[in-house]
Design a protein around this ligand. Structure first.
Ligand SMILES: *[C@@H]1O[C@H](CO)[C@@H](O)[C@H](O)[C@H]1NC(C)=O
Ligand SMILES: *[C@@H]1O[C@H](CO)[C@@H](O)[C@H](O)[C@H]1NC(C)=O
Ligand SMILES: *[C@@H]1O[C@H](CO)[C@@H](O)[C@H](O)[C@H]1NC(C)=O
Ligand SMILES: [Ca+2]
Ligand SMILES: [Ca+2]
Length: 354
């Protein structure tokens, strides 16, 4: 509770100064506009009208989407509908998104899915990990994917005091994952204050049935997380610091920081191009427009590709950018076999042939 008292005192002192407000505008990149970068062969995906916060694609081309995320601080186009998990087979000529059935015994009415990650076990069982915010609480749900039945069998709900505000996860075993906490607190007011004050208290936690520990900390707002194809490195997006951190995985699952890549945009989800190891980043060029929704001046979208992140000079390319006329608030981009999927926080999803 020492931190709580310190925070209250700090809050009172600093709220009197306007300096943090200007800093926050800068962290949100509130004045940035995008130059559009179009891709020739794109269409909006049918059935996704209210966000596809996360996308994960299996090596066989089956893509999972988490849809219908609701946060108290975010606009929603579907306030009354619970979230769900959609699947799309990218091997099909005209792939369509289908909703997966979820086994009984799981509280679907409160399903509020956020980040997702898949793990394929040595016996080929596919596990889907889903960050869930039932009634704005924080859990990680583990499902087994049953492909023949197009369904998800719920196996386990994980709650832990070190997982107070989970944003994204990367599964590294059947019940093992790294998770980012995008806030230190779970209380909405304290969350707001901690972000406003730029405390850098957010972290990455390793979870396993035997051990749960903080493995990296000091992020402004840790967000997307992913792993390199050789499983040696963990990438973490710090959304409000406009950075991607490269961390090296140790045998005891601790992470050591290797490098930080600075970008000019709010980096949300990270995905890996399995063919090249490139990182694809769903970005918010202007965070202010994202949090204060104005249909006449909607949030824009931006997808970056980062090549050779471990090298001295990684190459950063803008793959797609749009002022919101087509796609608003891109949060993730994923590729499979020259097909690109772009998901958004609360808008639609785009399918492009590269
Ligand atoms: C995208 O970001 C959301 C939350 O901001 C996260 O839950 C999800 O896992 C991310 N997607 C990927 C591919 O990492
Ligand atoms: C690494 O992990 C060990 C045990 O798992 C823990 O005791 C230690 O504090 C960690 N070190 C760092 C630097 O996080
Ligand atoms: C976005 O760009 C399109 C043309 O590319 C333009 O017609 C439209 O007015 C722009 N919208 C905003 C909100 O700037
Ligand atoms: Ca994810
Ligand atoms: Ca995210």
């Amino acid at each position: 509770m020492g931190r709580l008292l310190a925070l209250s005192l700090l809050g009172i002192a600093l709220a009197l100064l306007g300096e943090r407000f200007l800093a926050l505008r800068n962290r949100l990149k509130a004045s940035r506009e995008v130059e559009s970068v179009d891709l020739p062969n794109c269409h909006l995906i049918k059935g996704i009208e209210a966000g596809a916060e996360d996308i994960d694609i299996l090596p066989n081309g089956l893509a999972f989407f988490s849809v219908g995320l609701k946060c108290p601080s975010l606009h929603s186009f579907a306030p009354d509908k619970p979230g769900g998990i959609l699947m799309m087979d990218l091997n099909e000529e005209n792939p369509r998104a289908l909703e997966l059935r979820i086994s009984r015994g799981f509280n679907l009415a409160l399903f509020n899915p956020h980040g997702i990650s898949t793990f394929i076990d040595s016996d080929d069982t596919v596990y889907l990990f889903v960050v869930n915010h039932p009634e704005f609480k924080n859990t990680v749900e583990i499902f087994k994917f049953e492909e023949e039945e197009n369904s998800l069998l719920h196996l386990k709900t994980i709650k832990h005091e070190l997982l107070p505000s989970v944003n994204d996860i990367i599964a590294v075993g059947p019940e093992h994952f790294y998770a980012t906490n995008d806030h230190y607190f779970s209380d909405p007011f304290l969350k707001y204050l901690e972000t406003y004050l730029n405390l850098h208290w957010t972290n990455v936690v390793y979870y396993s049935p035997n051990e749960v520990k903080v493995v990296a900390e000091g992020f402004d707002s840790a967000n997307g997380i992913n792993i390199s194809p050789d499983k040696k490195y963990i990438y973490v997006a710090d959304i409000l610091a406009h950075e991607i951190h490269v961390l090296e995985k140790q045998p005891n699952m601790n992470l050591t920081q290797l490098k930080v890549l600075k970008l000019d945009t709010l980096v949300d989800n990270l995905s890996i191009d399995p063919s090249s190891g490139d990182i694809l980043v769903g970005c918010h060029p202007n965070g202010q427009k994202l949090f204060v929704y104005d249909p006449k001046n909607p949030p824009s979208s931006e997808v970056l590709r980062i090549q050779n992140i471990l090298s001295e000079k990684p190459t950063v390319t803008t793959v797609y950018a749009n002022n919101g006329s087509v796609l608003q608030g891109s949060s993730v981009a994923s590729v499979y076999d020259k097909k690109l999927l772009i998901g958004t926080l609360y808008h639609r999803a785009l399918y492009c042939e590269l």
